[in-house]
Write a protein that binds this ligand. Sequence first.
Ligand code: FMN
Length: 487
Amino acid sequence: MAFNSLREFAELLEARGELVRITAPVSADLEITEIVDRVSKGPAERNKALLFENVTGYEMPVLINMFGNAQRMAWSLGVDKLEDLHQNLESLIDLRPPIGLRETLGRGAGLAQALRSAGLKPRKVPHPPAQAIIETETPTLDHIPILTCWPGDGGPFVTLPQVITRDPVKGTRNVGMYRLQKIDSRTLLVHWQRHKGGAEHERVAKELSQPRIPAAIVLGGDPACIWSASAPLPPDIDEYWLAGWLRGRSVPFASCITQPLEIPATADIVIEGYVDPNEHLPEGPFGDHTGYYTPVERFPVFHVTAITRRRDPIYPATVVGIPPMEDYWMGKATERLFLPLVQLIAPEIVDFAMPAPGIFHNLVLVSIKKRFPGQAQKVIHALWGLALLSLAKAIVVVDDWVDVQNPMEVGWQALGNVDWSRDVTLTKGPVDQLDHASTASAFGGKIGIDATAKLPEEGYSRGWPEVVSMDPRVKARIDALWDDLGI
Ligand SMILES: Cc1cc2nc3c(=O)[nH]c(=O)nc-3n(C[C@H](O)[C@H](O)[C@H](O)COP(=O)(O)O)c2cc1C
């Protein structure tokens, strides 16, 4: 399903009882955070998207928590349930187990081809709503209700952006969700971490002594475009192809007014500008999705050259902090959608999960169909070599019948099936730049835990015990009796 505007999506959520309009005056300074934090951690029936219509000092309404549960997240991507995502992707790609590396890589390229050719060629539209109002003389960020999320934050931060840049050599587009700190009415700092696409464009620009990286910060529009900015796609796959495929219609584009870039024509607000690869200023602190403040670090400066917007824009935002919050569901959509791609690399994988307390990179649970000794270790190493899963600090592998979406079942297996002197792989490698426990920034220790049933070749000769289960005949008899038992 394609939405023509963020407002259209908000109206759908409202019609389905998933959005609350808040008309009471509320400040963008901390108060919205306190409300959304209570909503995210409270009872499920209170967890709604919130449209703040009366933000003190601003005309623009703020939409927050639109992705904040499984149902809203699924609707935003045009499906009824998140599980439909990987089934749809499976039908787009060939999932036969690969024979060799060439074939595996070929299939990856095949995905790019498939997304591109699913009738999703970019198209430009006349009179783009995103440019109904154009400010080039004195563009100012001061009309946008940018939130100050937590008391220790270094200032207000744009938290749900689509940051567009192009590779200075190849010209390929990257769209990343990187927070931006407002420094003044025309200056922001862009927090693209060193493993991310935008940071790679910065590195290439520096190498070429290119003084400016044209950039656009897109806010709002179709929620599939918003979410796609957070999807960890390989560098040559355009996030807006993915958005187009999810929507079932290509993303309509418009040319920026002051930069050589295109932006989705249905966006609510677009901040055009450029990043100077040689100008870095202290960014932060920021109350992050780790649940801790990320300390001050230098990040590049974004200079505003124009601001364009709809006539009736909605400012989209999110607040991260101690989990669970909205970003958990954004990560859940990534996990569900990318399952078939992970299976391309390691076909024995049945499912994987990144539970909320693990903040994505701290814990990955994987179930596998084990056929040979050392297969859990094979999978652990494959994941440590795969895109952003390479940042995973802990990977736990269980057998195929274990439901990795059920923490109780995984905990039971992960604790009981392990001899800690035999089943643990400790190593070092890249870790998330936000990781505060590693001794060095972005580099640290990792653990892989093999919690599968052990084979004799793996040093276990006692005969693996059988899991307790009921005789099916007894089950059938009790099923038949059940309604009469009065339980
Ligand atoms: C709400 C939210 C905020 C995020 N903020 C940042 C950020 O500030 N910096 C960053 O590097 N990644 C951030 N991420 C993760 C990136 O969006 C994600 O890694 C994405 O894949 C980056 O795009 P890229 O692969 O094209 O670089 C955030 C994700 C979410 C869901």
